[in-house]
Design a binder for this molecule. Structure first.
Ligand code: CP
Length: 320
């Protein structure tokens, strides 16, 4: 008997809410399942029938370019019907609660909700509510909640690392920037630890690190040059100004000087190191254009792999 709300009593994935606590086998099977989905994009008809007849609702209560669009593409490639609720023109603006909205969409025979929300825990709340109303056949995918988790971003990042580095066993990975406010960093750290990466580093000023971050299984570096020395993978993070209370940094210019990824700092990593970024990037703040557009960057392949990984997640949740 498991108490993880995202697994059913057989240990199968029912919702995807967080990477924290997911069995390694489930993560690996999602990555394995994503690989053949990358080939669907090369077909003349970019579709497979795995979600034919299913209705997938995209509920993005917070802005998104990559996640919303790639979920829509992924669902359409699986032949689902996709409904994008426009939150700005929905009855949310008239005061309808999140759970009343969910009840109404459930009454429209939804099969899956893809949820992004500024409040940590919103997708968990929806999954729990669906169980309470006897509608837990509707699957919930967390597309980013507050500063808590962004599991499909974490998974597509693992897919990208495996694609370029083949194996997780001997890697040193540095996550650089605003870890404190980043749901992406939390999902990356959980995934890297579960997959057995021997050294996960976080590199940031003290003001942008959570208290006792070491307890997440990471090595802490406040000096970026030290933190990048000899790494295989550099994962950059944006300053999440929208989640900051008060000034945590003197200025963005000073931040760039000490924590911006420039070619000379990247030279301290291994020569074949890859540079990742979940997007959106702020050029000249956390990353120099010469790196963002350079030969070691795999930032756009991350986006492309995101379609296949999201296809794999939705397909698994639908029981395939
Ligand atoms: N990486 C990411 O979540 O980007 P969006 O906010 O554009 O979806």
């Amino acid at each position: 008997m498991t108490h993880d709300p995202q697994l059913n009593k057989h240990g199968e994935l029912q919702h995807l809410l967080t990477i924290d606590g997911l069995p390694r086998e489930i993560i690996t099977s999602i990555l394995d399942a994503a690989a053949p989905f990358t080939e669907v994009a090369e077909r003349e008809v970019k579709k497979v029938p795995l979600l034919r007849g299913k209705s997938v609702f995209n509920l993005f209560f917070e802005n998104s370019t990559r996640t919303r669009t790639t979920f829509e593409i992924a669902a359409k490639r699986l032949s689902a019907d996709v409904i994008n609720l426009n939150i700005n023109t929905s009855s949310t603006t008239k005061g309808e609660t999140l759970l009343d909205t969910v009840d109404n969409l459930a009454a429209m025979q939804a099969d899956m909700f893809v949820v992004r929300h500024a409040s940590s825990g919103a997708p968990h709340l929806i999954a729990q509510h669906l169980r309470n109303i006897g509608a837990d056949h509707i699957r919930v995918v967390n597309a980013g909640d507050g500063r808590h988790a962004h599991p499909t971003q974490g998974l597509l990042d693992m897919y990208t690392i495996r694609h370029y580095k083949k194996d997780f066993a001997n890697l040193t990975v540095a996550i650089v920037g605003d870890v404190l406010h980043s749901r992406v960093a939390r999902s990356q750290i959980h995934a890297l630890n579960i997959l057995g990466v021997p050294e996960v580093r976080v590199v940031a000023p003290k003001t942008l690190l959570p208290n006792e971050v070491e307890r997440m299984g990471v090595r802490v570096f406040n000096d970026m040059r030290e933190g990048l020395r000899g790494v295989d993978v550099v994962m950059m993070l944006r300053l999440q100004n929208e989640r900051m209370n008060g000034a945590l940094l003197p200025s963005t210019q000073e931040y760039f000087k000490y924590y911006g990824l420039t070619p000379d700092k990247l030279d301290l990593a291994k020569p074949d190191a890859i540079v990742m970024h979940p997007g959106p990037m702020n050029r000249g703040v956390e990353i120099d254009s010469a790196v963002a557009d350079g030969g070691q960057a795999v930032i756009l392949p991350q986006v492309t792999f995101g379609i296949a990984v999201r296809m794999a997640v939705m397909s698994m949740l639908a029981g395939n």
